[in-house]
Design a protein around this ligand. Structure first.
Ligand SMILES: [Zn+2]
Length: 466
């Protein structure tokens, strides 16, 4: 996820007070929801489905046209299950024309704009209205309750973020700050480390702050702790690593859990849906924020599959009235749990989420570069539609790119080369740029934005040296 907007102007005090009150009210309303009877959760979802469908039909060009073409009216979609009557929307469709998914009713209100390159490598723009942003903020309280349960205490836990500077989280926090009086506990005087910095630098921050929780890029945390272990450097061990739903390589999960005795849990969110699901204290599954989003698992044709069966994650965001996304295939794979969870929460539960795989690029001097850092720089070059970064050897890279011809080819090559070189800290590497008309998924049907041929070899070495 990437974004790069200036801090939004601060709203008036009465307005900030009113959004603060709204958020607290949402926290209170949602307090018992994770344990509510299924019928109550279904009824709440159905109400929100009907409201967002009516809004989409009235004000969102894509859904009005799609429903008219299918002879549907809002009254035909009464419940979460009925959302599958709508066409399956892909990331490519959203990337191609974000305005088709944007409501005409939000032109005059402040919006949070997020941009993402995501798993599919398509640059997408998503706008969020204030009520949706603050509903997501309220749901964050639920996540903190879970963290407190895992840590065994409700106050005073230190969280250190592991994020890219200027990433989506920063934009969301700046928006909270501009429109409410809610300072994020982890955001004021924010403690964060970034994969842009050297391992040694980040180790010294971890040792200085001694956090209870490291929250963010799980695969980077894995790489940091593996580096510390291999090089014999002492590093503070947190109680919990909380990662963002990306696919944590098994070697990393094992290293953190077995070697260091750290609990590893995750939440699932995206620019397209700020709260999707959250893991609970026992672990092993992610409870869906059913008041914020409808999640179903579908086969390739878009038909809902039975619990326990693997398929694509299709979500409908119930809260966002700016960019409306219903029946949206987000590009991840999972199955829905069929058994109730041991934790007592009744919210539907995803299991075996195969989210995006974070790809760390190994550098010649033993450091790593995180794909979000590299991609945010490369996507900032004008005219880039889709790209793929291939690390051929430790010091040789190929950027495959499809572009809109906004820059001539020579300039495009030069800009991409220098953007990557900068992102790699000026290291002496060879960079080739291959311009393509289109970039196709690999044989498995999955498009990989970063392909590291080195990583695949190094993983074997890692396993051998654990
Ligand atoms: Zn649970």
């Amino acid at each position: 996820m990437t974004a790069s907007l200036a801090a939004p102007a601060r709203a008036t005090l009465p307005s900030r007070l009113s959004w603060t009150a709204f958020t607290l009210q949402e926290v209170v309303r949602g307090w018992r929801l994770p344990y509510a009877p299924a019928a109550r959760i279904d009824a709440l979802q159905a109400r929100r489905v009907r409201a967002i469908v009516a809004h989409a039909y009235a004000t969102v060009p894509f859904y009005r046209d799609a429903m008219n073409e299918r002879g549907l009216v809002p009254g035909d979609i009464r419940s979460a299950a009925d959302l599958s009557l709508l066409p399956l929307v892909t990331g490519a469709a959203l990337a191609a024309d974000p305005w088709r998914f944007r409501s005409t009713a939000v032109a005059h209100e402040p919006l949070l704009e997020l941009t993402t390159s995501g798993t599919t490598g398509h640059a997408k723009r998503i706008w969020w209205d204030r009520a949706a942003v603050f509903r997501a903020r309220a749901a964050g309280v639920h996540q903190r309750r879970i963290i407190s349960e895992i840590l065994g205490r409700s106050r005073g836990s230190r969280v250190l973020l592991v994020v890219r500077r200027g990433g989506t989280g920063d934009d969301v926090r700046a928006f909270h700050d501009a429109h409410s009086l809610l300072a994020d506990p982890s955001a004021s005087g924010i403690a964060a480390i970034s994969p842009e910095d050297a391992f040694e630098h980040n180790r010294s921050i971890v040792n200085h702050l001694r956090p209870d929780v490291l929250m963010g890029f799980g695969s980077y945390v894995g790489a940091l702790y593996r580096w510390a272990q291999r090089s014999g450097r002492a590093i503070h061990v947190p109680k919990l690593v909380w990662h963002g739903g990306e696919q944590l390589p098994d070697v990393d999960a094992e290293l953190l859990a077995q070697r260091f005795g750290i609990a590893v849990r995750s939440s699932y969110q995206a620019c397209e849906a700020l709260r999707i699901a959250v893991e609970c204290p026992p672990g092993g599954g992610l409870h869906v924020y059913a008041d914020q989003v409808v999640v179903r698992i579908a086969d390739d044709a878009g038909r809902t599959v039975a619990p326990g069966q693997r398929g694509q994650v299709v979500l409908s965001c119930l809260t966002n009235r700016a960019t409306v996304l219903l029946n949206y295939a987000i590009g991840d794979v999972a199955s829905m749990a069929s058994e109730p969870c041991a934790c007592g929460r009744t919210l539907p539960r995803l299991e075996r989420l195969e989210g995006r795989a974070d790809d760390l690029v190994r550098l010649p001097d033993g450091e790593v570069a995180h794909d979000s850092v590299l991609l945010s720089r490369l996507y900032a070059v004008p005219g880039v539609v889709r790209l793929q970064l291939v690390q051929e050897t430790l010091d040789r890279f190929t950027i495959r790119v499809a572009h809109t011809a906004e820059l001539d080819e020579a300039t495009l090559r030069e800009r991409l080369t220098s953007a990557l070189r900068d992102a790699l800290g000026g290291r002496d590497v060879r960079i080739d740029v291959a311009i393509a008309d289109r970039l196709a998924p690999d044989a498995s049907g999955k498009f990989r934005t970063v392909v590291s041929r080195v990583r695949d070899g190094a993983t074997t070495v890692d396993s051998a040296t654990r």
